[in-house]
Design a protein around this ligand. Sequence first.
Ligand SMILES: [Zn+2]
Length: 183
Amino acid sequence: MAFPHRSLGTRSDKEKNPRVGQTRSGLRALTRKMLFSMWVCHLDRLPTRSRLVSWGMQVSPLCVICSREVETQYHLFLSCPFSRAIWDRVFVRLKLPPRLFQTWDDLILWMSTPNRTSLPILRKLVAQATVYAIWKQRNNMLHNSQVISSHEIFKQDEREIINSITARKQRKKFRTLMSLWIM
Ligand SMILES: [Zn+2]
């Protein structure tokens, strides 16, 4: 998976983007964070609890969010009831039937499979933003004990996806992506 190489924005990049109320350099930094989470996930290197236990750390192996199953990468991002509720909303938005990814590779395959209602570039953006949103909330619960509903996390996820599409507005497919996501 490609890893971002672009440098941080210059001072002139920091003008506000009126559409999203976020600086351009802020958008690039966020995109970089989303790509980083996805890249680390792809390499199966995120410090999930099952991984911490395998490293000999004395922590509960249970999922930080639901406390029902061992927190593996697959459980946390794809099969945890909290995450599935977010993915269900994503599928509704993409006009696709709900599905459960069977493996991480299943998600990667889905990201690159074209469909009339969601181009691969949109699926990639959506997957990156969704994985990042789930990881962020997992850490929020772990460190701040802050419980936020899957509905609210989806709304945040949705905003990040719109921001990511807006950051690509100079590209040809911008209008198509935006209409596929918001229509
Ligand atoms: Zn869980």
